[in-house]
Design a protein around this ligand. Structure first.
Ligand code: GUN
Length: 308
């Protein structure tokens, strides 16, 4: 895999007293540029790329996320559509919807937006998506491939984190990494990917006693809980790399991460901002997964394409 970004393009900090910024907007723009090249190449071979997003119910945040996904697709030439089902849609109706998207030859990627209404079992619904079209990487076959370190499609957020760390040449081999949060979407796949990159990974979660102890010794902290300010800046080891996946809105209306950014920045070597760190990378990774799924389905190798 080639270098994602020209070193000159990265705004690495020159000051030794403040961490450099892991600029997700910058790196995501480069990922999108490369996805766009693949979309053009596939189009040249007579294939358009299409993502279908299924949203059930009226969760307001989900509606916004889906709109962003569709906008991102349009920006790189991927066609997209949203199938919106009512809050009281039966499980059978959700399965039928997914089955019809599985069967459509013009659909390359199928994504079931989470969370789902309480009466829909998410794991059973996700399992009914064709593994080859599962661009979230949540299907058991794809999660199994991840465990085997053999996956083509990886959950978008941890994939985005890995791309960001690679873009800034963060050496992971031998690093003590702490992942805070053990969700299927972030924490668990993140731990797998870091382990694969030869980091020594500790997964902390709501039942961990003495979180501070683990954070203080970590060379890499990936925080993914959505609990604003969970990690005070003075827990961060001097020179550590901090990746903040958490995002929540404070009482003042401002978006904040899990880590106290201002204090952590004075100790860390590199840190993601919130917003503008992991969020853009997640969105860009979904686009990568979609073109990878499209190419694989058509039997087209992307091995020589720069990044995906
Ligand atoms: N809801 C929040 N994050 C995600 C995601 O990565 N995929 C899906 N399908 N739903 C989500």
């Amino acid at each position: 895999m080639g270098k994602l970004l020209d070193r000159q393009a990265l705004r690495l900090a020159t000051s030794s007293s403040e961490a450099g910024i892991l600029d997700g907007r910058l790196v995501a723009a480069e990922v999108r540029r490369q996805v766009q090249l693949v979309v053009s190449r596939l189009r040249g071979l007579g294939h358009s790329v299409r993502l279908s997003v299924v949203r059930v119910g009226d969760d307001p945040a989900s509606a916004i996320y889906v709109r962003h996904k569709q906008r991102d697709c349009a920006a790189v030439g991927i066609a997209s559509e949203e199938v919106h089902l009512p809050d009281d849609a039966t499980f059978e109706r959700v399965l039928d919807t997914l089955a019809s998207l599985n069967d459509r030859d013009d659909v390359d990627g199928v994504l079931l937006q989470l969370p789902l209404p309480a009466h829909i079992d998410p794991q059973r619904a996700i399992s009914s998506i064709a593994a080859a079209k599962d661009v979230d990487g949540f299907h058991p076959d794809n999660l199994g491939q991840l465990m085997a370190w053999a996956s083509a499609v990886e959950p978008a957020t941890p994939r985005g984190v890995m791309t960001l760390l690679r873009a800034y040449d963060v050496e992971l081999s031998g690093l003590d990494a702490v992942v805070i949060g053990r969700s299927m979407i972030v924490g668990r796949p993140m731990a797998q990917m870091l382990t694969r990159a030869n980091a020594t990974v500790t997964v902390c979660h709501r039942h961990t006693t003495g979180l501070e102890h683990y954070v203080r010794r970590a060379g890499l902290v990936v925080a993914a809980t959505g609990v604003s300010g969970l990690v005070p800046g003075d827990w961060i080891r001097e020179g550590a790399v901090v990746v903040d996946v958490g995002i929540s809105r404070g009482q003042d209306g401002k978006l904040r991460g899990d880590v106290d950014f201002a204090d952590a920045r004075s100790r860390a070597r590199l840190i993601t901002p919130v917003p503008g760190g992991v969020g853009p990378m997640t969105r860009a990774s979904l686009l990568e997964n979609t073109v990878v799924a499209a190419a694989r389905r058509r039997g087209i190798s992307l091995r020589h394409d720069a990044h995906v």
